[in-house]
Design a binder for this molecule. Structure first.
Ligand SMILES: Cc1cc2nc3c(=O)[nH]c(=O)nc-3n(C[C@H](O)[C@H](O)[C@H](O)COP(=O)(O)O)c2cc1C
Length: 157
């Protein structure tokens, strides 16, 4: 064991990782998608998930306006969607239109449910905390959707 800098140690330990998408509502209508590696389950009863959103992200403006998100666990076939939503901003384009991803309205504020994902969790924000250059939003799960036959996507490298 040697003492080293943070970046070197983090590069060694951070993969493989689960990567998810969060659907949010745009301030002026429509919906946005963001790719996220920084998320976790935070409560058993009631079930809750936390997501960490960078201050520069359009998704942060969306979450500050409308206090709901849908946490989407993608299927292994959805890698291209994750790449697109993780490298383009909803400030510049509409990710639902551009990707043509299929969805239907959920039960919480009609947030889109991604039809071909492995699972969708519709969440309402119940608390938040600033964490350096990100905000952590804790969402309580209200509705859950599952595609039993779809294998989960893992980010390997
Ligand atoms: C694999 C991967 C994981 C990412 N994880 C996060 C994350 O946990 N939090 C975050 O704020 N941005 C994360 N990003 C960056 C955002 O997805 C990216 O900046 C996106 O374009 C922001 O979209 P928006 O401006 O529409 O919100 C990640 C990107 C990739 C490719």
């Amino acid at each position: 064991m040697i003492q080293t800098d943070f970046t070197a140690a983090y590069a060694r330990i951070h993969l493989p990782a689960k990567v998810v998408l969060a659907v949010t509502q745009k301030p002026h209508g429509g919906y946005n998608l963001i790719t996220l590696e920084w998320f976790m389950r935070t409560s058993i009863v009631p079930p809750m998930f936390a997501i960490s959103i960078g201050h520069s992200r359009f998704s942060l403006e969306c979450l500050e306006t409308t206090r709901f998100f849908n946490l989407v666990f993608p299927a292994s076939a959805q890698k291209a969607l994750l790449t697109y939503c993780g490298s383009n901003s909803g400030r510049d384009l509409d990710k639902f239109t551009e990707t043509g991803v299929e969805y239907f309205p959920g039960k919480l504020r009609k947030l889109p449910i991604l039809k071909d994902a492995t699972a969708n969790f519709e969440c309402e924000i119940v608390s938040q905390v600033r964490s350096g250059d990100h905000n952590i939003y804790v969402g309580q799960v209200h509705y859950t959707w599952l595609n039993k036959e779809n294998e989960l996507f893992y980010y390997i490298h």
